[in-house]
Ligand binder design. Sequence first.
Ligand code: CP3
Length: 351
Amino acid sequence: MATSPVLTRPRRDLASAPFLVAARGERPAHLPVWFMRQAGRSLPEYRALRAGTGMLQSCLTPDLTCEITLQPVRRHGVDAAILFSDIVVPLHAAGVGVDIVAGTGPVVANPVRTAADVARLPELDPEQVAPVRDAIGLLIAELGATPLIGFAGAPFTLASYLIEGGPSRNHERTKALMRSAPDVWHALLGRLADLTSTFLRVQVDAGVDAVQLFDSWAGALSLRDYREFVAPHSARVLAAITEVPRIHFGVGTGELLGAMAEAGADVVGVDWRIPLDDAARRAGGAHPVQGNLDPAVLFADFGSVASEVARIAAEGRRTPGHVFNLGHGVLPDTDPDVLTRLVDLVHRQPV
Ligand code: CP3
């Protein structure tokens, strides 16, 4: 794998930042919270800044990327920033024809379905994501004591978009390729593991304080198939990151948490479907967990939000460590004031 030619920057001293303390399984000064998709359409200042600029272009324009990343930190006082980017940014940067269509998601011009398609996939040269590296440099100068989370899509979730050609409810072409042509499948996931590793290496060398691997659609798989067809590739990606905490997240992964923890994770991300203490047990009992408020609960009255927060915080206290988050991304119609109140409420929970 190619590494970034940029010298590793000295990492800021954030040892006591509650997010990083909790990620280490130690006791933070308060319960830390951030939100997946905290930057984005729920914020009017985001919609204003993005007007007229495409999603991928916004991810590759450092000052814009920096400003969008900072917006939710300023507005909500969350305990971590997450780099404004997308899982398909490294594919696009490497020259794969992919676009992000508003309201749909990633759309791939030429789906990847044969050995020849896989052989044609380009490698990612770190210089192709230089704007991401530069955005991280700008962010580190601005963020002070707030940690910055970098991220990438896991090989399976990226493969699903490439094979299906876009978002998929059933992942039928993906699962068919996996079974009918296992050699092509493993070659593709190997390529994607390389691309993801390069993208995360650039981010870590540029100074992010943690990384999250998004295997958003892994929950579509049986445990047996996850272990055979996916886990070894995710494990290779995660094994290459030793400098910062790694969060491993997927949706609907209640049956996979043990295997995802084994594949590599310092923190295991959990959706809203199972209690956090149960999730921590399933993950082997030694890992801090991240989650797990149902994003749809934010549309209920605030009393209902508060009782869910108290329940989740109590379940989190029965785990090796808890980073509060939603169970998946912020929904676009969420009232941003509810998110701000939620941050304040989480900070007032006992730890
Ligand atoms: O969390 C953050 O605030 C960082 C930003 C972030 C985005 N995408 C920005 C984005 C992150 C972490 C992602 C990851 C991502 N992208 C995932 C994994 C996380 C998850 O949600 O499971 C996936 C599966 C994608 C692919 C993708 N990109 C989808 C499904 C969509 C939504 C399509 C839509 O319009 O409903 C995108 C587009 C996207 N990525 C937007 C944002 C803010 C919306 C772009 C817009 O403003 O129109």
